[in-house]
Structures are given as structure tokens and as C-alpha cells.
Design a protein around this ligand. Structure first.
Ligand code: M6R
Length: 602
């Protein structure tokens, strides 16, 4: 949700800034811009993707060595050049880039207008530039002016600011992630480390209310108590090739194909011979929780719905799943014997973060997160990483299967504590999953052929039962996110309570039909109901299933596994189906309309 990048050093920075923005483009791609001290402030902005900014830079490349840049995901104000960052205060020659939402911007804007400031955009962010300018008028130390301005601000921000005549970048964070890159005589600031990875492996994750001054000679960080603070320098361990396309047309495709490896990464070193080894869970050995509550958004929420099934089925622990955004606004009843699990790929989703902050006031919290060192990972008492590596595609794929794998690990470990004899078979089944995913991926061409048949349809229905109902939800979400086709996921049996009204020869219905005996028979009846209304059926079925051939128009076969692990296999064809439909419709699956990768606004 907006990407910030900045550089101070000896090198001409315009091309570095542009490259940094390219790495961050998945966070937003409505418009982009940069400000470079050259030595006067030089601002270049463009509506649209980074490529548009690059075109403009060909004719005017500023030559300075200090600069800040931004790629935008619009919140306040439509995506156009005027609303693109950086925003400036022309009196004081200040430029600011911002990620987040300034909640009291209206009052601040009115106040600043009265003081003679002229606003150029419709954004909330522009008040920051003017507010800093307002304080900088009387305060020669730019750092202090930024600090004074931020003390007036309510809301979330990650910012970087520069001022003519000052060889420094001032950066600050509250609620929106910001990372410093520590180079040799050069320093970087970025919304995440994918953009820093090219230059240095040494990073510092700023904490909320930190303000830092970066110069060519070094950096200082002041914390919320106005004290200079030491923050640990961490090493980026993600490999650079993981954030390159490596021969794939899109990151989403690369990330789908990576899943045999990423699922294995989620359980590697954890599946002991007699027990699951999860350091995070060890933290709770003196906390006999009797209930679990899962908080998450989007795809992570669907993984959570699968988690409910896994915990209840394996460990018989009652589990509730909440959209983080609903939970935090409804005065929830939390008991102190509940373990609250936050699931998040980015670890920065604002609603999940605030929900976990609320939950931790009453009980213990646990994170299932991909991005190492992210805010949710740090805000939870303990947790486990899914180790999927950077997920760049806006549509989450490998993070979902990593999350489900981690939930499964937790569930079978909790079961093992009361039923140790059941552990080995559950372990063996999980170990076999990566090879089974590979087998499904080897049929990509068949799935692409099915996509061709339906790529021009406007609607689709996804149906599943039990823990394949959330898989249906996830399949539908993937399709609607990236292809522009309207899709709905439904519990298969609910179809006759409403959606059946929509079924005719123009409605493709994707059935997940791999369930156990009872579920399978029921799904077969639901298929017959669709067939009777001339609907088109695409069935995800277990290998050797011959009964479906009479009912389904297309069958995608997946290897057999246990009911609990079936989501890890069934979701793969749904991801590929969505991907190919989107490409066939001329869409870029990595840049879905209106979406951003990390939703750091509420
Ligand atoms: O980073 P998170 O897992 O917390 O993100 C949650 C959702 O924003 C995310 O899953 C979103 O729904 C994806 N675009 C789904 O593909």
C-alpha cells in the first residue's frame, strides 16, 4: 500500500530511485514520483505505472545524490499526476513522500490554509509537507521541524522528507512499515527490504514513533520518548533471485510454480520423528489454552477457516475465525484461556495488526507470518514463520499454502499431545505433499486449455464442502482479483438456497469434489442439480475417479491425500485457472486493478 524509497550517498540517485520503485511497484501503481536535491529540489511525477515515470526521466534526469521516491495506491484523491507524491511546501522548499492515512488532515489543512499555504492536491498526505514547512519556517534544524509537525498528526505514516540546503533525509514511522538500509557511505530507506536487497543486506526495521536522520556520514534514531536509541542491524537472508522473474512472465506464475519448495520450507526442520518442533508453540507450554481464535484478512482469513477445521478435527479445540477488521470494531468477548492466532503474509496488514494489539490486552497471541521481522511478527508473543520467501504477486498463492501447512503443523502437534500414536501417519502424508503438488503442476497445459473455454465468461461459481469450502472461497477470490471476472465461493449445499437461481448454460461452476465419502456423495448430488440446469461443470477430483466423468464437462485430477491436507492440492489448479484466465483476458495478474499487496490502511 504505497511504496517509499530514498537514497543518500555519493551516487547520482535518480536511476537508483527508479529501480527501488520498480521493486516496490507491487505495493501500488496508480502514479509515481521522485524528488532529488540537485542541489535545488527537482520533482518528477507521472500518472500510471513506474514505466510512465521512467519515460519522463529519459528527457529530464536530475543529477543529485539525495532523493526520495514514491509509488502510490490511492486513498484520498484520484490517481493523477497532481495527487502523486512527492508533495511539496514551496515556501520552504520541502518534499515529502508518505505511506498511510492522516486522519486529522482536514483540520490541519484548514489551519494551514489560514496561515497562507496553498494546496495543490486532494490528498491527505500533502498536509505533511505544509505542516513541516510551517514549523521549518522558524526552526533551522529540519529534523526538529519534522518532529514538531508529526506531534500534531493523528493517523498512520511512514514518511521520508528532504529540504533544499540540507544534506539529509528525515524519515519517520507510525503504523506504516519503514526500513533503513545501511550501506558503506550510503543509506537507504524503503517500505520493505525487497528494494534494499540490491544494495546492502544490513537493515534496521524502525519501530512506531521512531524518527531518524540519515546523512552520508551515518544515521541517528530518536524513539517515542525523544531519546536517541540503538536499533539492531539485521541481515536480509532472502536471496536476490527470489525477487526476480527468472524466466516467468509474471511473479504470480513463478510463485504458483514454487509451491512444492515453499510448502516443504514451511515444514522443513519442524517435522520431528516423534513430534512437531515449533519453537513458537513451546512459548505456550505453561498456558493451557482451551480455545483458539484466528484473526486475518483476505486469503489469510480463508487459510484461517481451514485452520478452524484442522484444530477442531485433529485437536478438538473449539476455534473461531474472525475478519480482523470486524473483530476490532465489535467489542469482542475474549477469554484469558484463548490463544489468538494472527495470520498474515505481509505482517503489516493494518486491520490484523490492530486486532492483535487489541487481543493481546486480554490474552496470549501467536503469529503465522511470512515477512520476517514484520510488525505483526514482532507484536505477537510468539509465532512461526511460513518461510515462503518474498511474495511479490499481489494475488497471494504460495503464502496461502505456507499458512495452511503451518496450521496443519500446529494442529497435528496439538493432537499428538493426547494421541501420540496418530502422529506418524499425519507426518508421512505431509511429507508427500510437495511431490503431489509437482504432479498437479505438470498438468498446467490441460488447465490452460480449460481456461481458454471460459476466459470470456463474466461470472463463475465455486463450490466446496467442509474444509474445501474455504478453498472454493479462495479460488473465487483469485479469479475476481486478477481476471476481472465476477466469481463467488459458496458451500456446495447452500447453492440450492440462492445461487442456483443464476445457473444456466452461461454459468461455469467449479466443484471441489475430492472430499471423504459423505462429502463426495453430497457434492455429486449438487453437481447433478447444476447439470439439470445446463450449468457447465469444472470438477477438481481425485485420481481414478470415474463417476464424475458423466457429470462434469471438465475434470482436473489431483493425487489422493487425506481430507485435512486436500486444500494444499485442490487450491493449485484453482490458482492456475485464475492465472491463465487473467492472461487470456489481457490482464497483468501482478497488477490487479485497485489492489495493493500490503494493505496498511484500515
Ligand atoms: O499480508 P496479509 O496476508 O495480511 O494480507 C491479507 C490480504 O490483504 C491478502 O490476502 C489479499 O486478500 C490478497 N490480495 C489475496 O490474494
Amino acid at each position: 500500500m504505497c511504496g517509499i524509497f530514498g537514497y543518500i550517498g555519493e551516487k547520482p540517485c535518480a536511476s537508483l530511485l527508479l529501480e527501488g520503485l520498480r521493486r516496490l511497484e507491487y505495493r501500488g501503481y496508480d502514479s509515481a514520483g521522485m524528488a532529488v536535491l540537485a542541489p535545488t529540489l527537482s520533482i518528477i511525477k507521472a500518472k500510471g505505472q513506474i514505466a510512465e515515470l521512467a519515460k519522463k526521466l529519459k528527457s529530464t534526469t536530475p543529477t543529485g545524490t539525495i532523493g526520495i521516491a514514491h509509488t502510490r495506491w490511492a486513498t484520498h484523491g484520484e490517481p493523477n499526476e497532481q495527487n502523486a507524491h512527492p508533495h511539496t511546501c514551496t515556501h520552504e522548499r520541502i518534499a515529502v513522500v508518505h505511506n498511510g492515512i492522516i486522519e486529522n488532515y482536514h483540520a490541519l489543512r484548514e489551519y494551514l490554509k489560514e496561515k497562507g499555504h496553498h494546496f495543490q492536491s486532494d490528498t491527505d498526505s500533502e498536509v505533511l509537507a505544509h505542516l513541516i514547512g510551517h514549523f521549518a519556517k522558524d526552526e533551522p534544524d529540519f529534523f526538529i521541524a519534522v518532529q514538531q509537525a508529526l506531534s500534531e498528526v493523528e493517523g498512520a505514516y511512514g514518511i521520508a522528507a528532504i529540504k533544499e540546503g540540507r544534506d539529509e533525509i528525515i524519515v519517520a514511522r507510525n503504523g506504516s512499515p519503514l526500513i533503513l538500509g545501511i550501506g558503506d557511505g550510503e543509506y537507504f530507506v524503503s517500505s520493505d527490504h525487497t528494494a534494499i536487497n540490491d544494495h546492502t543486506k544490513d537493515i534496521i526495521c524502525l519501530e512506531d514513533k521512531d524518527i531518524a536522520r540519515l546523512t552520508r556520514e551515518g544515521y541517528t534514531i530518536i524513539d517515542m520518548h525523544n531519546k536517541e536509541i540503538h536499533r539492531d542491524v539485521e541481515k536480509i537472508t532472502w536471496d536476490i533471485h527470489k525477487i526476480q522473474l527468472s524466466g516467468h512472465d509474471h511473479f504470480m506464475h513463478k510463485e504458483i510454480i514454487e509451491q512444492p519448495e515453499t510448502v516443504a520450507n514451511a515444514f522443513r526442520g519442524r517435522l520431528g520423528k516423534t513430534a512437531v518442533k515449533l519453537d513458537g508453540l513451546e512459548e505456550f507450554k505453561d498456558f493451557p489454552f482451551t480455545r483458539i481464535r484466528i484473526l486475518a484478512c483476505g486469503t489469510s482469513y480463508y487459510a484461517g477457516l481451514i485452520g478452524k477445521y484442522l484444530f477442531e478435527e485433529n485437536a478438538r479445540i473449539p476455534t473461531e475465525v474472525d475478519y480482523a477488521s470486524e473483530f476490532r470494531y465489535r467489542n469482542p468477548i475474549l477469554s484469558s484461556d484463548e490463544l489468538v492466532i494472527a495470520i498474515s503474509q505481509s505482517g503489516e496488514t493494518a486491520d490484523t495488526l490492530e486486532a492483535i494489539r487489541l487481543a493481546k490486552k486480554s490474552t496470549a497471541t501467536f503469529g503465522i507470518v511470512n515477512v520476517v521481522g514484520s510488525t505483526i511478527a514482532r507484536q505477537t508473543k510468539a509465532g512461526i514463520y511460513i518461510h515462503a520467501g518474498p511474495e511479490i504477486g499481489v494475488a497471494s498463492t504460495k503464502a496461502f499454502t505456507g499458512q495452511v501447512t503451518c496450521l496443519y503443523l500446529l494442529a497435528i502437534e496439538l493432537r499428538r499431545r493426547t494421541h501420540p500414536a496418530d502422529y506418524l501417519s499425519r507426518r508421512e502424508e505431509l511429507l508427500a505433499i510437495p511431490e503431489k503438488i509437482k504432479e498437479i503442476l505438470s498438468h498446467e497445459e490441460d488447465i490452460k486449455a480449460i481456461s481458454k473455454v471460459y476466459a470470456r465468461h463474466d461470472n463463475a461459481l465455486y463450490l466446496g464442502r467442509g474444509l474445501n469450502y474455504p478453498v472454493a472461497l479462495e479460488g473465487a477470490l483469485k479469479l475476481k482479483e486478477i481476471s476481472g471476472i465476477h466469481a463467488e465461493g459458496y458451500p456446495a449445499a447452500e447453492m440450492k438456497h440462492g445461487p442456483i437461481a443464476l445457473i444456466d448454460e452461461n454459468m461455469p461452476v467449479v466443484f471441489i469434489a475430492t472430499g471423504d465419502e459423505v462429502n463426495y456423495e453430497k457434492v455429486l448430488s449438487n453437481m447433478a442439480e447444476v447439470k439439470a440446469r445446463k450449468g457447465k461443470i469444472i470438477a477438481i477430483a481425485s485420481k481414478n475417479d470415474i463417476r464424475l466423468t458423466k457429470l462434469a464437462d471438465h475434470i482436473i485430477l489431483v493425487p489422493k491425500t487425506t481430507e485435512c491436507l486436500s486444500p494444499l492440492l485442490n487450491v493449485i489448479p484453482l490458482q492456475l485457472l485464475a492465472y491463465h484466465m487473467a492472461v487470456l483476458r489481457g490482464k497483468n495478474p501482478d497488477r490487479p486493478q485497485n489492489l495493493a499487496k500490503a494493505v496498511t490502511v484500515e
